[in-house]
Design a protein around this ligand. Sequence first.
Ligand code: UD1
Length: 358
Amino acid sequence: MVGARPNFIKLAPVARALAARGARHVIVHTGQHYDPEMSEAFFRDLDLPRPDHALEVGSGSHARQTAAIMERLEPVCEAAAPDVVLVYGDVNSTVAAALVAAKLGIAVGHVEAGLRSGDRTMPEELNRVVTDHVADLLLAPSRDAVANLRGEGLPAARIHFVGNVMIDSLAAALAAARALDAPARYGVRPGDYTVVTLHRPGNVDDPATLCELLGTLASLAREGPVLFPVHPRTQARIRTLGVSVDGRDGPRLVRPLPYLDMLGLVADAALVITDSGGLQEETTWLGVPCVTVRPNTERPITCTAGTNRLVSPRREAIREAARTARAARPPAPPAIERWDGCTGERIAAVVCDGARFE
Ligand code: UD1
C-alpha cells in the first residue's frame, strides 16, 4: 500500500524481492500524490508495475484524506484477503492503511518503523507512532529506531532490524542516474551547485518564514547555482506570496524532478538544503553535505554518522551551516549498518519465511 512520492521509492526494492520469491503481491495506490511528476514519473523511473488498485483520494485536510483512504481501502483489503498489509514511511496513507488492516485482523508490516522526532506538532510523527503501535512486523531501518520501539514497550519479537530500504533503490539506480548526466542537462557543473527542496508545513505555510527562506536562497544563488525543484505545496504557497523569486541571478525554480534526475543532481551537488526525510539519508549514503532546515530529525544517525546538520529557518544560520557543511565534506561516504542495498530482500524474508533480523 503506497500513496505519496517517498513511498514509491521504498516500495520498489520490496516489490522486486517479493516477485523474485513468486509471492502474490497486490499494489494499492491511494492517490495521495497524483500529479504526474509526483507519481507516474516515479513508477516509470523505479520500474514499478502499475498499481492493481488506484483509490484516487487526492488532497484534503488530514482527517478527510485519512478517512477517504480508510473508506476506499477497506473493501479492497476484504476482497484481496492478504496475509500481510505492508505500509511505508510516515504519510497519511501509511496510518490510514495500517488502521484499516489492523481492524480487519490482517497483519500489518511497517517498513521504516521506529523513527521518532519527538515532535508531535509534525503530522508525520503522529502517523509514525500510531502505525507502529498497531503493526505486527516492525521493520526498522537503524539501531536507534529499534531502541525507540523498545523504549515504547513494543515487544522484541515484533521488531526486525532490516536496514534502510530507500538505500536499496538509491544503490540500484545510481549508475543509471549518472548515465543521464543530469548536471549538464540542468546547466550546472558537478561539484559546483546547491540542490534545494522545501515542503514541510513548518517552513512553507508561514509567509514570513517562507520569505526568509526564499531570501536566503537568493543570497546563496549570488555565490553559485542553486537548483530548487518545487513541491506542489510550496509552489502554491509561493504563488500566494506574490513575489518573484526566479530572477536571472536567483535560485532556479523547476517542477518536481523524476527520481533519476534528482538522484543524478544530488550525487554531484556541493550541498543539499532540504527539509525532506529521504534526502537526509540519501546525502548521508552519498557523502554529500546536507543542511536540514528543521528543529529536529527522526533520522539522528544522519547527523551523528552522516553529513547532515540541523538549522533554523534563518538566513545567517543557514549560510553559516552551509559554509561549515561544505568545509566538512567527508573524504568518503560513511558506512552505516544495513544500509547496504539488501533491505528489500530482508523484508521479503521476514514476510514470506518468518525470518528474524536482530
Ligand atoms: C506528504 C507527506 C509528507 C511527505 C511528502 C512528500 C503527509 C502528512 N505528508 O506531504 O510527510 O514528506 O508528502 O512529498 O502525508 N499536491 C498536489 N499534487 C500532488 C500532491 C499534492 O498539487 O500530487 C498539493 C495539494 O495542494 C495538497 C498539497 O500539495 O493539498 C499537500 O499534499 P499532501 O499529500 O497533503 O502533503 P505533502 O505536503 O505532499
